[in-house]
Design a protein around this ligand. Structure first.
Ligand SMILES: C[S@@+](CC[C@H](N)C(=O)[O-])C[C@H]1O[C@@H](n2cnc3c(N)ncnc32)[C@H](O)[C@@H]1O
Length: 275
């Protein structure tokens, strides 16, 4: 990973003395555009190339390393997203996750089924599940900010919801706890084979025999990036292939999601049963 230089426009003195995590800095980026950056946990979080001007400083981003840096960096990325954007200002927003709801209701007609929404973010899926009477819903996300928004929105009606803040590749999940595993637009961020293998170990451990798995990623016609991060796009065969024969494929769904600003994005849902 190359070093990144940025030109500070504000508070260069204080930065020279050492910036704190969470400090906001104004910097010249790329073609001289000015933007606000937020310092995440060390090292610095950035996803774009930056042209030096003003007082150049050097920050070393460490996306993906073997010593836990990846989790910190991923977390800081998503914290920044959720701290700076409103719920409907992100590309993946839709008022209701209709396809997810349909598949979950198909998988778990009984509302006593345990459902986990992996990387649930601020999505309204949990609200809709609670409104339908699901009594054992878990929302897991790497971003505490996103969890806070969802929790705050639900208020007292979310009293029965289990909230977990953690990285799905490393968090400890109870064995055979869930009847339904749902993930919309999280698995596709796992661009390393190691992370995908870790994710699959989690699904295999946490979902009980006879339970169902619903995973939605960008399809081959979808974007190459989401939230500025690289994603892996799948066709139906490759996505199901990641799970292996223990997961019997029940249905594939292709959905054209429209972002809040009207751009179509192809999503692919893989719906399977653990056997
Ligand atoms: C594109 S958003 C999708 C949010 C939600 N599933 C939806 O459909 O509206 C991806 C979500 O996954 C979360 N996330 C990303 N990487 C994660 C990881 N390794 N473990 C847990 N959550 C993660 C992000 O914080 C974010 O909320």
């Amino acid at each position: 990973m190359p070093e990144i230089c940025i030109g500070l426009k504000r508070h260069p003195d204080s930065f020279a003395k050492g910036a704190e995590v969470g400090d906001r800095l104004e910097a010249d980026i790329c073609v001289g555009r000015s933007t606000m950056l937020t310092l995440g946990p060390q090292p610095f979080v950035a996803e774009f190339s930056i042209c030096p001007s003003g007082v150049p400083i050097t920050l070393t981003p460490a996306f993906k390393n073997s010593s836990g840096g990846a989790a910190m960096t991923t977390k800081a990325h998503w914290e920044t997203v959720y701290q700076t954007k409103k719920v409907d200002e992100v590309s993946w927003y839709r008022p209701h996750l209709e396809t997810s709801l349909r598949l979950i209701e198909h998988a778990a007609p009984g509302t006593d089924s345990a459902v986990i929404d992996v990387g649930g973010g601020e999505a309204t899926l949990v609200d809709d599940l609670v409104a339908l009477g699901y009594a054992d819903v878990t929302v897991l996300d790497i971003s505490p900010a996103a969890i806070d928004v969802a929790k705050g929105r639900l208020g007292a009606s979310g009293a029965s919801v289990h909230w977990i803040t953690g990285d799905i590749t490393t968090v400890e999940l109870e064995a055979a706890r869930y009847h339904v595993w749902h993930d919309r637009a999280v698995f596709h961020f796992l661009t390393s084979a190691d992370d995908r293998a870790a994710y699959m170990r989690q699904v295999a451990r946490a979902v009980r025999l006879g339970g169902h798995v619903i995973v939605a990623t960008f399809g081959l016609g979808g974007p190459e990036k989401c939230s500025g991060l690289d994603v892996v796009r799948y066709d139906a065969e490759n996505l199901h292939g990641e799970f292996g024969p223990k997961f019997r494929l029940l249905e594939n769904v292709t959905e054209l999601h429209e972002t809040p600003w009207g751009t179509p994005q192809e999503f692919l849902y893989c719906f399977c049963r653990v056997e």
